[in-house]
Structure formats: C-alpha cells, structure tokens
Design a protein around this ligand. Structure first.
Ligand SMILES: [Zn+2]
Length: 234
C-alpha cells in the first residue's frame, strides 16, 4: 500500500517500483526525493497529490500523481501505483531515418505517448509527406503497396483501412482528417512503424551489412593474395 506518514512515503515492495523510464527506457527502480508532508496533507485534504522521484538508472526526475484514498490522524493512504505524468514514448531505430522524417516521427510518437491521438494522426501525415518528399513518387507508390500488404496480412476492416489511407496518402487539408480514438491510433502506430521499417530501416540495415561484408571479403582476399602468388611461384 502506498501511504504517507510522519516517516515519509511508504511504498509497496521494491519490485513494484521498477518502471520503464521515459528518458533512458531502462526498467529501473525510482527513489522518492520530494513528497508532501503528513501535516500539510492533513491541513489541505487534497483529493490528488504529486510526488517527485528520480530514476536510479539515469538520475532524471520522474513525476507521479496519486489519488488520496483516506486521511487518518497518523497516515494518509494513497491509491497506488501512481500515474506517471510523463508517458513513455515508443522506441524506434531513428538513426535509419532521414533527418526531416526522424524529427516529425519523434513528435508523432510524443503525441501518441501523451494520448493526443488526433495530433498523432496529423504528425503521421506530416511524417509520411516528409518521406514522400525524400523518396519521390516511386517511394510513395511503394509505401502505398506496403499499406495494402499490411491490410491483407492483418485483415484490416474497410473503415479503418480508409482512415489510415486518408491520413497517410490523402490530399485534403488537415482539418478534414478523420477522428482518431485510442484503438484507431494504436493501429496507425503499428502501421506507420511498419511502413518506415520496410522503407528505410530494412533497406539501410541491409546496405550497411552488405557494405561491411564486402569490405571484409575484399580485405581477406587482399591478405590471401600474396600467399597464393607465393605458392604458384615456388
Ligand atoms: Zn531513466
């Protein structure tokens, strides 16, 4: 049980404090550093309180909000486990994206983490447009085909598919974008991740791996050559 007494904050067993950090993404213990005092809570009788912790992995402050369950003479009980004020944004291998696409997609993921689903859809549209500007018409058509492949693979229903197509490939102004609820946003998130992965990450990973393999192949041939020549002249 989460509670505040004269001695400070009482928290559940240590494992329950292990949370994904929005900054370093480690699942780490958090340590309380600023918690309202019992005297202050008894005087103010708030319905909700905030407390500051720090992430033991990266040291960055973390803010948690709790509802107050009941206030007694010697203790204030809180409804755990506390709501993280900063949400964990989805991770993505951003280094494979061109800079304009990366910048917009990072913002899109922050909107999603903040539960601003219509803002997320608008940022996905801008991310897609930045990708089209980078890839040209061929890339745009390829992304369209990839969306169609995803539709077949996961059996997307028509209404949702048309929403996704409108956001990513539509030409109307942003004020005509369809409404996005958490469920539709969750699908859009997976789809745009997959599209960017197929278009950029997969290709660039393959390019880097091939470049490395060819480098080592050439190096090994270069070192092997004198021995071959030597054996032939003997
Ligand atoms: Zn951290």
């Amino acid at each position: 049980m989460w509670a505040i007494s004269e001695q400070g904050l009482h928290a559940p067993p240590v494992q329950l404090l292990d949370r994904a950090c929005p900054h370093c993404h480690a699942v780490a213990h958090i340590t309380p550093v600023a918690v309202p005092s019992l005297a202050e809570l008894k005087a103010r009788k708030p319905r909700r309180i905030g407390a500051v912790f720090h992430c033991d992995a990266c040291g960055v402050p973390r803010f948690l909000r709790f509802s107050v369950r009941r206030i007694e003479a010697d203790i204030v009980e809180l409804a755990g486990p506390g709501q993280e004020v900063e949400r964990v944004a989805e991770r993505f291998p951003f280094s494979y994206l061109p800079r304009p696409v990366e910048r917009l997609f990072r913002e899109a993921l922050l909107c999603h983490a903040g539960e601003c689903y219509n803002a997320f859809a608008s940022m996905c549209r801008r991310t897609a447009r930045a990708a089209f500007a980078d890839l040209g018409e061929t890339g745009r058509l390829k992304m369209y085909d990839t969306l169609e492949e995803i539709r077949e693979l996961v059996d997307l229903d028509d209404a949702l598919h048309s929403k996704l197509r409108e956001v990513l490939f539509g030409t109307d102004g942003d004020d005509r974008l369809p409404e996005f609820d958490p469920d539709a946003a969750a699908v859009l998130l997976e789809v745009i991740r997959d599209l960017l992965h197929q278009i950029y990450v997969r290709r660039r990973k393959l390019e880097r791996t091939l470049k490395m393999r060819r480098f080592f192949a050439r190096e090994s041939a270069r070192h092997a050559r004198p021995r071959v020549v030597g054996s032939n002249t003997r």
